[in-house]
Design a protein. Structure first.
Length: 109
């Protein structure tokens, strides 16, 4: 199982009026759930930029049956360095203990 497309992205595609309202409310862009497949589905950096400077809650979902090597690398080399100071909370949900992700996150301790 992977996370779904974030709700603000879905709602902003209903019509022009909804897009204006959704894109104008920065607080709607401050919670993001990511999994290995979601990085291929939408531009995470663009999503995070829509929250401007508000703090972000990030949930990372790593299922056992999905290869996560590239996901871990992208999270730790592209996403975290640019947004780490804006994360108010980061949760990692995984079935196998996420050894590769824990190793990669150790550089931020």
């Amino acid at each position: 199982m992977d996370v779904l497309t974030p709700l603000p992205l879905v709602l902003s595609q209903v019509c022009h009026r909804w897009r204006v309202v959704i894109c104008g409310d920065l607080s709607l862009w401050t919670h993001l759930a990511l999994g290995p497949k979601s990085l291929k589905t939408f531009n995470v950096q663009r999503y995070l930029d829509k929250s401007r400077m508000l703090s972000i809650k990030l949930d990372i979902v790593l299922p056992d049956n999905v290869p996560s090597g590239g996901f871990v690398q992208e999270m730790t080399t592209i996403i975290f360095p640019h947004y780490l100071n804006r994360f108010r909370e980061v949760s990692v949900h995984c079935e196998s203990g996420c050894p590769s992700f824990q190793t990669a996150l150790a550089v931020f301790d």
